[in-house]
Design a protein around this ligand. Structure first.
Ligand code: BO1
Ligand code: ZN
Length: 228
């Protein structure tokens, strides 16, 4: 069977043939129209909080579409904000980027793409027994999205990831990250975010994600985001 990808013949326009959920009504990513987005005072009553742990001995994988770091044993948790009473645990984080730094993010803001987008993927451990089970439910996952903007200042935490990529040039290759990673340091200093109910952005496109997209991007260098 042909694999999904991003070319005209196997890209998003045809994903729904093989992955029926890709034809659904709460599909991600979306363009965020800032003039239509509204603020919800209920979200401020229970602040979004993250309790992330520094982790060593993490493994990074070339997925063929980017890199992914699995963090399944992490005690890193996300709660509050749009997540109700439930607690979500970090499972993995990964990045999306483009051919050039003019594009690459999955979400866009008023039609504008950023150079890349980091996703911190969490699952609802209050209601479900496993990531796979959670991914079958509308409140199963919470993904934090962080945009990359290109600037002069390199991002030290992103560099810990980028510096391993020369060792995993091909799909399926993986290597250990020698540094300790604290996912908190990936987040921008501004706490404002947009939230909506959506889906996994790639097949199988399950409609199981509470999206939380930070308004403020983090800055990385051109070299840190054009590593393919
Ligand atoms: S994303 O954050 O919406 N870009 C996204 C897209 C696809 C997945 C996760 C996040 N896929 C799932 C796979 C599972 C796998 C899991 C954790 O990622 O469907 O098989 O266990 O890596
Ligand atoms: Zn993603």
């Amino acid at each position: 069977a042909a694999e999904w990808g991003y070319s005209p013949t196997n890209g998003p326009d045809v994903w729904a043939r093989l992955f029926p959920q890709a034809g659904g009504a709460r599909q991600s990513p979306v363009d965020i129209c800032t003039s239509i987005a509204s603020s919800d005072s209920n979200l401020e009553m229970k602040k979004l909080t993250f309790a992330y742990e520094s982790q060593s001995d993490l493994r990074i994988l070339n997925t063929g579409h980017g890199w992914k770091v699995e963090a399944p044993q992490s005690g890193s948790r996300l709660e509050g904000g749009p997540l109700g009473e439930d607690i979500y645990q970090l499972e993995q984080f990964h990045c999306h980027w483009g051919e050039t730094s003019a594009e690459g993010s999955e979400h866009t803001v008023d039609g504008r793409a950023y150079a890349g987008e980091l996703h911190l993927v969490h699952w609802n451990t209050t209601k479900y027994q496993s990531f796979a089970e959670a991914a079958q439910h509308p409140d199963g996952l919470a993904v934090l999205g962080v945009f990359f903007d290109v600037g002069n200042e390199s991002n030290d935490e992103i560099e810990k990831i980028v510096s391993t990529l020369s060792e995993i040039k091909f799909k399926g290759q993986f290597t250990d990250i020698p540094d300790v990673i604290d996912p908190t340091t990936f987040l921008p200093s501004g706490l404002g975010y947009w939230t909506y109910l959506g889906s996994l952005t790639t097949p199988p496109c399950n409609e199981c994600v509470i999206w939380i997209v930070y308004k403020e991007p983090i800055t990385v260098t051109e070299e840190q985001v054009t590593y393919h």
